[in-house]
Write a protein that binds this ligand. Structure first.
Ligand code: C2O
Ligand code: CU
Length: 520
């Protein structure tokens, strides 16, 4: 039923009308002269932090020799504590923005790159017009005003561009940054902080002989699989080594890669101690031999080096993996994941590579101890869902050499019948990555991301990989081929149009993205 396009079209027209009125009232409709300039700071809104965040071209010395031309976010603080903005020296990454739950934030985004852009606050619970939907893109020289209250729990969130069809290349050029939220619950736990709280953004990049970034090769298959770079960067730096003291650390990992999935494990065999995921701290630590980190996802790990001698080194590795699944044809198994990973990094097939090294550099006495209890997040209650017996179904398939969701690709203003939800409802959404019929050879993992919401994973079935952390709040969830996942989402406030999509940025740019509409 939901596939009836005439039906969808009718609904779409209605919605477009609705949306237009609302936006015109807010002075935001793109058809108006100086669309973003038409926005004016709300005088009732008293920000705790007021910054300008500009995206602009620049250069950084990434490799020995010539600097690399990049695009980067820069921040200037108009009001608020300047230490809330932490620049990462020598990096193409944008500043780390640090806020506290309940604070009011004003961000004046200024687009100074030579194409349209808009900023999305990945993982943040914000109103639809503050979410960076591609319909709000602004051209070079214009701004977009964001004003919102930080509603999220403490956690590791991030921001990046979201213009349709250009998210991949813009992120690849350097446009991304972390957005860290703290709250009282987190502060009461007494986790390692200051220099013992380390954000680590993991990405892959390819450079040419003149040290310039190389994006897509132009090969058709690369559009299908997504871009894989041949060097691993951490916080924008190659060959990253983290110097540590003999102490426990809170490592905040973000996979900011366009499409590379990492299967993380410690080289020295210690288990990974996971304390947090996309939406903040878990209830209690969980332990894994290895864990997948797909594009857009975050993981917070507890890493204790207090028993290691000065001089000790280890690595966080990415292990080779088989994407498995049904069929698992040539693309699925050999070439794409294990094989390409190996080849691209100039390593033989099936060999692990180091994401970053850790070197114990100095002795220190600290008394951070892994807490038994980290936070309270409560049980998942699937029976709260209005559609408990008939979850919304989303099939991730390939059609006509296009990645699709329920056979559809992104249309800027389109919402189908089965993409409209009622404000105030709690729902189960089921995603199926169970293959594309005769295209089984093209089975691929898809990290699925919902805008504007944190959700809980109810159930994962199909292939039983152990490397998932489905326990906490999530906004991005990896589905390997053959997997099916049910999530519980509460559409408790904020009506309007939001996105859900695959966070493999090449898939997203090709249209593996759709709107959902929260109706009042
Ligand atoms: Cu981080 Cu719509 O994405
Ligand atoms: Cu995908």
């Amino acid at each position: 039923l939901g596939f009836d396009s005439r039906h969808s079209r009718r609904h779409f027209l209605k919605l477009a009308g609705y949306g237009t009125l609302g936006l015109m009232a807010a002075g935001l409709w793109p058809g108006f002269d100086g669309f973003a300039a038409g926005q004016t700071p709300d005088t009732e809104f008293i920000p705790d932090l007021d910054i300008t965040l500009s995206a602009r071209p620049g250069e950084v010395p990434v490799l020995p020799g010539d600097p690399t031309l990049i695009w980067r976010y820069h921040a200037t603080v108009h009001k608020g504590d300047r230490t809330r903005i932490a620049e990462i020296p020598r990096s193409y990454l944008g500043p780390i923005i640090k806020v506290h739950q309940g604070e009011k934030i004003r961000i004046r985004f200024r687009n100074a790159i030579p194409e349209e852009s808009i900023v999305h606050w990945h993982g943040l619970h914000v109103p639809a017009i503050m979410d960076g939907h591609p319909r709000y893109v602004v051209p070079q020289g214009q701004s977009y005003l964001y004003e919102f209250e930080v509603k999220n729990r403490a956690g590791t969130y991030w921001y990046h561009p979201h213009p349709h069809g250009r998210t991949g290349p813009q992120v690849y050029r350097g446009l991304a940054g972390l957005f860290l939220v703290s709250d009282e619950e987190e502060q009461a736990v007494g986790l390692p902080d200051g220099e013992y709280d380390v954000p680590l953004v993991i990405q892959d990049r390819t450079f040419d002989s003149g040290n310039q970034l190389v994006y897509m090769s132009g090969h058709r298959m690369e559009r299908m699989t997504g871009f894989l770079g041949d060097m691993i960067m951490v916080n924008g730096l190659p060959d990253f080594t983290l110097p540590v003291s003999t102490a426990a650390y809170r490592l905040r990992l973000l996979n900011g890669s366009n499409s590379r999935i990492y299967k993380l494990a410690w080289e020295d065999g210690r288990p990974l101690t996971i304390i947090g995921t996309d939406g903040g701290l878990l209830e209690r630590p969980v332990f894994r031999r290895y864990v997948f980190l797909s594009p857009g996802e975050r993981l917070e790990i507890w890493a204790d080096f207090s028993d290691n001698p000065v001089g000790y080194t280890t690595s966080l590795l990415s292990l080779p993996f088989d994407v498995g699944g049904m069929g698992g044809g040539r693309m699925g198994r050999g070439m794409m994941m294990g094989g390409r990973t190996g080849q691209n990094l100039n390593l033989p097939n099936g060999v692990a590579f180091s994401v970053f090294k850790v070197k114990v550099a100095q002795p220190v006495k600290t008394d951070y101890r892994l807490p038994d209890t980290l936070s309270e997040i409560g049980p998942v209650r699937p029976d709260d869902a209005a559609n408990f017996f008939r979850p919304r179904q989303f099939y991730l398939t390939m059609r006509h050499m296009q990645w699709t969701i329920n056979g559809r690709v992104f249309q800027m203003e389109e919402v189908a019948d089965d993409e409209i939800v009622q404000l105030g409802s709690t729902e189960i959404w089921e995603f199926n990555n169970t293959g594309g019929g005769m295209m089984n050879m093209m089975n691929m993992p898809h990290p699925i991301h919902l805008h504007g919401k944190q959700f809980r994973v109810i159930e994962r079935s199909g292939v039983a990989h152990e490397g998932y952390v489905d326990e906490g709040w999530k906004d991005t969830v990896l589905l390997m081929p053959g997997e099916r996942i049910k999530i519980l989402v509460d559409f408790d406030d904020y009506p309007g149009m939001f996105l859900y999509h695959c966070h493999n940025l090449e898939h997203e740019d090709m249209g593996m993205m759709r709107n959902y509409f929260v109706r009042e």
